[in-house]
Design a protein around this ligand. Sequence first.
Ligand code: ZN
Length: 232
Amino acid sequence: MSTMRWFLMMLWGVLALGGLPPDSRAQGGGQAACGCSEQDKRDLESRIAQVKAAIKEYQALISEWEKKEKGTGEPLLLNPTHRGSVQGSVGFRMSGTGDPEARRFGAVTDANCHITIDPNATACLRKALEAHETVHKKACEANSGKAGLFDVAGHIDWRFNQRVVDYMKEEQAGYQKELETLTEERNKQEKNCKKLLKLDVSMQRQLQQSFAQRERLQNANTRLENYGKSLH
Ligand SMILES: [Zn+2]
């Protein structure tokens, strides 16, 4: 079978399967990757590094606050100052590890247990943000509505009655879920995107070969024509 014919058959096969999507829907015996662009990979890697840094920082803060609580002999509850200080140290660690070229998006779960995710979040990061916020949503649903009759603050936000340590454990669990999802997405990229890249390379080679062959045929025809002309 000629290279050209082989190439056409292969092309037909690819087209018959629905064509090569720009973002690789290459099915490698599993779910498709969330995205195969260099930027998608960069975003995932950066977020994985940041989330790992957050988990580590929470670990250190949890032991620190547990000691503090033991010293005072009473539960230390979350207030805006404590929350700001905790988020400040974790944010500092996270910003130190992220790739400045990576995209990042915010997500939040409010006191009514409602999740909001930045509408611009990419498919690769959205799922992980959802996994993180779902941990907060569950904690919110389990704890809100428990405030006593005269506990005004508790009615506004259940977190006013949450221990700082419990808040940090919840955040750590959120980042842990996020990390699991990010790693899953990264693995899918490793598995499926490479396959497409390989196929792409072999397609390119075939294309080059078929062009080269066409050129050879054209040259041969021209030579034949010139030969014919020279006979007259
Ligand atoms: Zn969180």
